[in-house]
Design a protein around this ligand. Structure first.
Ligand code: GTP
Ligand code: MG
Length: 454
């Protein structure tokens, strides 16, 4: 009782959710955020840090014993070692507790000594949030939706051919179920690699320990009869099992306890992939943000113990652009967010859009070109290890110039090409007290945590 009381009243806990679709930059974000909270020399935008009120920061054992620990030390060693490289892909939820000793400001400061604020960071795939939509859909509705999307995508060709050769009314043969589930999964993975965002059910991309289990061995089928013992009847049953045994427990055990949320978005990657990927990203973002208005879903509103107070919507990898283009990237994020916000009531949550780089891998450079100055970024190319300076293309000042053709179903950008280079992390020489270099990570932290550290 005593320790529970002191935790609630004197040692506030902030649960910060970090999500984004696969490869959005979650692992790099958390690693750099934690490193920059431990060594705060590059965090002038976080007031509690720049004013010196954060007296100490240290990692502690996390409160949840059954959730894997976020492997901070390994990821940091990858990014800042002598041969820096990007961390491996992570495939499940993980958690880390960072505790901060903070001197309160204002009235309380004279009266009380420093207090401890615990920051529990929870990393989970954005695909899992998209699964929320399944809870409102029957198997037939979900199938119709998923097949309509697949028909417009070249990546689904083989799966659709398999489907055409299958009769859902026939008696279930496990080998048929497995073959269909396999070709459906292959389609989802290929679509994801080619830049599409909405590739649900989320666990099909990230199966973890569920790989090969019946809850992941189903696929959409066109509407029809589902006699007892038939393939269609069993597919529908497994779909329901996926909802009850995979989707709901995630929302109950992890999502319902989050206070603050950052949604990371690889907007540049989608722009590079083309208008269809941008439109798909827009819809996926609306889906992800839909999870933050619990009113719309009765299951969710029943389990949400607290509400998410702040949501940061951040375009990652902004170090691919010269800073003169950052406001344009932010404007694109704002337009995507506005679109989702118009339809969602976030129940009082404060939202903000930003362009950030959790780990800055480039330096800026300006060179004359055709009688004009060209703004470039320079870095080490991941593929060759060679240094290169590079101009990614001009983002439009008006985000509508990207979002409107995307919405109208354009196949390619009319008047521009957007390149994305993959850079390796730069070799770093960090001074004592300095975390890894970043762009606006301090502003992101101020928005997400500043009020709790005041
Ligand atoms: N230049 C640059 N590249 C970044 C940055 N953050 C992430 N990246 C790139 O994006 C890739 C994915 O980053 P991760 O942090 O592993 O992304 P993730 O969301 O954890 O990915 P999964 O674990 O696969 O879901 C990295 O391998 C880098 O190539 C950044 O701040 N700057
Ligand atoms: Mg990761």
């Amino acid at each position: 009782m005593g320790s529970a009381l002191s935790e609630t009243f004197f040692e506030p806990v902030i649960r910060l959710g970090v999500t984004g679709l696969s490869r959005a930059g979650k692992t790099v974000f958390i690693t750099s955020l934690v490193a920059n909270l431990l060594d705060r020399g590059r965090m002038p935008g976080l007031q509690a840090a720049s004013s010196g009120r954060i007296q100490a920061a240290f990692l502690q054992p996390q409160p949840d014993d059954t959730v894997p620990r976020f492997d901070f030390e390994t990821h940091l060693a990858a990014l800042t070692g002598t041969a820096p490289h990007w961390p491996d892909s992570t495939r499940a939820v993980s958690e880390l507790r960072l505790s901060l000793r903070v001197q309160p400001k204002g009235l309380l400061s004279g009266l009380s000594g420093p207090r401890t604020v615990h920051l529990d960071i929870v990393d989970y795939p954005g695909e899992w949030l998209l699964d929320l939509a399944l809870l409102d859909q029957t198997y037939d509705e979900w199938s119709a939706d998923t097949l309509a999307r697949a028909e417009a995508r070249a990546q689904a060709k083989a799966f659709l051919a398999d489907l055409a050769a299958t009769n859902g009314n026939e008696k279930l043969a496990e080998s048929t179920a497995q073959r269909l589930a396999h070709s459906f999964t292959t389609y989802l993975n290929t679509a994801r690699e080619d830049g599409f965002s909405d590739c649900t059910p989320g666990r099909f991309l990230l199966p973890g320990e569920l790989e090969g289990s019946p809850v992941l061995t189903f696929a959409p089928l066109p509407m029809g009869d589902a006699p007892r013992g038939s393939l269609r009847r069993e597919m529908a049953r497994r779909y329901e099992a996926y909802k009850a045994q995979v989707v709901k427990p995630f929302f109950r055990n992890h999502f319902a306890r989050i206070d603050r949320q950052v949604v990371l978005v690889d907007a540049l990657g989608a722009i590079h992939s083309g208008p269809q990927a941008v439109e798909d990203l827009r819809r996926a973002m609306a889906g992800i943000l839909g999870a933050f208005r619990p009113g719309r879903n009765s299951f969710l509103s029943a389990i949400m113990g607290r509400r998410v107070e702040k949501i940061l919507f951040a375009a990652t990898k902004a170090d691919h652009l010269h800073h003169t283009q950052h406001p344009r990237l932010t404007a694109i994020m704002e337009a995507l967010l506005r679109d989702a916000r118009d339809r969602a009531d976030f129940a009082g949550a404060t939202t903000q859009a930003m362009a950030i780089a959790a780990l800055r891998a480039t330096v800026e450079e300006t060179r004359p070109h055709d009688g004009k100055d060209l703004d470039l970024v320079r870095g080490t190319l991941l593929a060759t290890g060679k240094q290169a300076a590079f101009h990614p293309g001009e983002l439009p000042e008006d985000p509508g110039h990207l979002l409107a053709p995307a919405r109208k179903g354009a196949e390619a950008w009319l008047d521009a090409d957007y390149e994305v280079m993959r850079f390796a992390p730069a070799q770093l020489i960090l001074k004592p007290g300095e975390g890894p270099p970043h762009i606006r990570l301090d502003r992101a932290a101020e928005f997400l945590l500043g009020d709790k550290l005041a």
